[in-house]
Design a protein around this ligand. Structure first.
Ligand SMILES: [Zn+2]
Length: 335
């Protein structure tokens, strides 16, 4: 069966030293300190060690063969967004990363599909790079759950979403820059608590801000099965009903109406949770996802879904139909 992993991250093997080039800021660069490994450095601070599978397309294809998965949708690592930088510098970084992904998908059209990164802090430049990314053959963009702490309902982002709808570019919303992270450094809480909350923050902002209402054809996928959104939809709906004066101020539509309109990926690490997500979203709105190659991801690429007692049609939807529809790609492309 065709399997498309809708949520994976990749970097070029080499990154320019942007801090030196631009003369400010703690931009990420890579130190290849031993064979097959690199240190991601943020300025002079060690950020994370990555392995060759973060940049080598052949190694990745080999690892995916073990889990019978042919296609990876790749995007950058959120720490590369650089929304905090000067917009023209962020544009330059975005172009560099997008060109790398464009090269990759051209060389391996059966194995890789690409999402771009764009300078969201400047809507005009963001749209310019969005258009360029489309012309390079990328199928959408990945954006953060907040943009320099601004929520996605802010009017300044609306033209970018409008352009995505018009150009038919898909969106992956990925948690990053986690709320409250300075107050919960211990126990990896920014990743375990902050990230799911960030994704719910993004979904709620887009629903209550009327983004989906105004742009019904916009195709958005939310990482990690929508974070804590679906698990707390009852509470969100109750809030909408009991305090419309606080909640329904920009969009009078019931938040539950949007279930099954947007996509979420399958990264739950839990069959019972996935069954629940399936009930709310329907199989056509859950895309196989892994967060490969990072350890908090589902590095067996949906093996737990394979083992679940689901109809073949449901599995087909999760493994490819949902992603194909989200990215607007015909299945024949992979024949
Ligand atoms: Zn991810």
């Amino acid at each position: 069966m065709l399997k498309i992993d809708s949520h994976t991250h990749i970097l070029p093997r080499k990154l320019p030293n942007w801090s030196e080039k631009f003369g400010y800021g703690d931009f990420i660069y890579l130190q290849h300190h031993k064979k097959g490994y690199a240190k991601m450095m943020r300025g002079n601070q060690f950020f994370r060690e990555i392995k060759e599978n973060a940049w080598n397309p052949e190694v990745r294809i080999k690892e995916y063969e073990k889990f019978n998965t042919q296609v990876q949708v790749v995007c950058t690592i959120p720490v590369m967004f650089s929304y905090w930088a000067k917009s023209f510098d962020c544009l330059q970084i975005s172009k560099f990363l997008n060109d790398h992904i464009a090269d990759l998908i051209e060389k391996y059209p059966k194995n890789y599909l690409g999402l771009a990164t764009i300078p969201m802090q400047d809507s005009e430049l963001a749209i310019q790079e969005l258009e360029r990314a489309k012309s390079l053959g990328l199928h959408g963009i990945q954006i953060g759950s907040n943009i320099n702490e601004l929520n996605l309902n802010e009017e300044r982002f609306f033209p970018v979403f409008q352009a995505c709808e018009k150009l038919g570019m898909a969106i992956l919303v990925h948690p990053w820059n986690m709320m409250g992270q300075n107050h919960m450094q211990r126990y990896w809480l920014p990743w375990l608590v902050g990230m799911p909350a960030e994704t719910s923050r993004a979904i709620c902002s887009m629903i209550f801000g009327g983004v989906f209402e105004r742009l019904p054809k916009l195709r958005v996928n939310f990482a990690h099965a929508g974070g804590s959104f679906l698990a707390t939809i009852g509470r969100i709906k109750q809030g909408f009903d009991c305090r419309p004066d606080l909640v329904a101020i920009d969009n009078p539509v019931d938040p539950k109406k949007y279930l099954g309109k947007f996509w979420v990926d399958s990264i739950t690490h839990d069959a019972l949770m996935l069954e629940y997500v399936l009930k709310l979203q329907g199989s056509k709105r859950i895309t196989l996802g892994s967060d490969y190659p990072f350890p908090l991801g589902d590095l067996q690429i949906g093996k737990f879904i394979e083992e679940m007692d689901l109809d073949d049609g449901v599995k087909e939807d999760i493994f490819h139909n949902a992603s194909l529809e989200w990215l607007n790609i015909p299945k024949e492309r992979f024949n």
